[in-house]
Design a protein around this ligand. Structure first.
Ligand code: DUC
Ligand code: ZN
Ligand code: ZN
Length: 467
């Protein structure tokens, strides 16, 4: 690509909003300022639009085997959905196979993305089998630009489940290895016990998914993981915080001065336990973990985003079709694959319920969708920032856009949407990855396979990004 000049828009960053032109050349931002000269550049009229750094979604599960099946979105349809939501980079979870290596996980995920990714991407590796050779292998992950690992404290009875001793050892090793540890915090033993008891009583409907994973089970695991990180003396990141009691544990850690990062997700704001409790088997469409909560948790979560206890808003996009996939659990809620699509709706949900309702500012919107993610995950300032030298990942956000979500206007590969019939305000008019147009006015414009792997590292931030 050549040169491009975005004119007439309002630049919105994590720090402030101002009127400026943005000049792009050779996939990079080269200048931001008033009345920049076009000088042969193609001009893009951004009037009436907000010019934001491309959104980063560091929580997706594309083509991932899980719950006896594989997620419905592959790297083409999943990144198309993400792009249509203004996302220019995803960081996806590569799973270590039982008996496999961390490098094997990265290789397998590299193959999944090959020829399909429409936007840039990175990986976290989920460690599922912590053998001695894996402990020695850990530092080589960071050298590959894979600067984060995930541990599942939940899903007892599956290879994902990890005991405390292994979680603790990974935390201890993480500093030296240069990787940030992410945790899925739910007490797997207690969930398994509650599930067994529910099934024994004949409680098989989807809503028992939530009733066997109460908020306290998430809060307990969140507090435990945070304390283990404190003992190990390292930062930790808690993904998909869904409820007030779990957030309270994070807030307490911040009061003690501990470095704890935390993510929350759109489904915990736009959907609730009432959806899971819908008539018949309809609730299966809303099964994800941690589960959808009672609405009373929302004020605390909004406050967490506002004051910075929650720094990241990720989608946890983990899509399964209703037919044949969610249906696997018709007679037993524990067999419903856990996960919801949300990469496409993530920013719209946050704009509609957050910015428009005055709960967070447009700058906080950019921070939690983009800048904080880049900083915390070691991709800043190449990603997550509108500054000279950064990749020209740009969203032209149209605050006037109004979208009624229905399965037919989604860009993913799922046979339903949990947001069916909801109307969201604001949305991306066009989306550029390294200056290349990938999405405009409802249409995918980019080339599948053009997304690039991004190397992440903590050499600049030393695992402790200030956000
Ligand atoms: N939760 C989900 O809902 N799906 C994938 C994994 C997870 O932790
Ligand atoms: Zn999880
Ligand atoms: Zn997830």
């Amino acid at each position: 690509m050549g040169k491009m000049l975005f004119t007439g828009g309002t630049v919105v960053t994590a720090d402030g909003s101002f009127t400026a032109d943005v000049l792009v050349e050779d996939e990079k931002i080269v200048a931001i300022g008033m009345d920049l000269s076009a000088d042969g550049a193609e001009t893009v009229d951004a009037s009436g639009k907000l010019i934001m750094p491309g959104f980063i979604d560091a929580h997706t599960h594309m083509s991932m085997p899980f719950g006896g099946t594989v997620t419905a979105d592959d790297w083409a349809t999943g990144t198309a959905a993400a792009a249509a939501g203004g996302t220019t980079t995803i960081i996806d979870f590569a799973l270590q196979e039982e008996g496999g290596t961390l490098a094997g996980a990265v290789e397998a995920w590299t193959e999944k993305a090959r020829g399909k990714a429409l936007i840039d991407y990175g990986f976290h590796v989920a460690i599922t089998d912590l053998r001695d050779d894996i402990k020695s292998e850990l530092p080589s992950l960071a050298e590959k630009g894979v600067a984060s690992v995930k541990i599942f404290m939940a899903y007892k009875g599956t290879p994902l489940y990890t005991e405390d001793d292994n979680l603790f050892e990974v935390l201890q090793l993480s500093k030296e290895a240069g990787v940030l540890v992410l945790v899925h915090a739910e007490n797997g033993d207690v969930v398994a016990k509650l599930q067994e008891q529910a099934l024994a009583r004949g409680d098989t409907a989807p809503r028992f998914h939530a009733l066997t994973r109460p908020p306290e089970v998430e809060a307990e695991a969140t507090g435990r993981a945070i304390r283990l990180a404190e003992v190990a003396g390292v930062p930790i990141l808690v993904v998909h915080v869904s409820c007030a009691p779990a957030l309270q544990e994070i807030h307490r850690a911040h009061e003690r001065g501990q470095t704890v990062y935390a993510e929350t997700c759109p489904q915990y704001f736009a959907l609730s336990y009432n959806d899971l409790a819908r008539e018949g088997f309809e609730g299966a469409k809303y099964v994800c973990s941690p589960p959808l909560r009672h609405e009373s948790n929302r004020p605390a979560l909004w406050n967490g985003l506002k004051v910075g206890d929650l720094q990241i808003f990720g989608s946890d996009h983990c899509s399964f079709n209703y037919r044949e996939q969610k249906e696997m659990g018709r007679d037993d809620f524990t067999l419903i694959p856990n996960g919801l699509p949300g990469a496409e709706e993530r920013a719209m949900v946050l704009w509609t319920l957050g910015v428009r309702e005055g709960r967070i500012s447009e700058n906080q919107f950019v921070a939690v969708l983009s800048t904080n993610q880049a900083r915390i995950y070691g991709a800043y300032p190449e990603k997550g920032a509108l500054v000279p030298g950064a990749d020209a990942d740009i969203v032209l956000w149209d605050p006037q856009l109004s979208t009624m979500v229905t399965v037919g206007n989604r860009h993913g590969n799922v046979d339903y949407t949990p947001y069916e019939g909801m109307t969201f305000e604001g949305g991306p008019a066009s989306v550029y990855v390294r200056g290349n147009l990938v999405y405009r006015d409802g249409e995918i414009m980019g080339e599948y396979g053009s997304g690039r792997f991004i190397q992440r590292s903590f050499t600049a931030t030393g695992l402790e990004a200030k956000v």
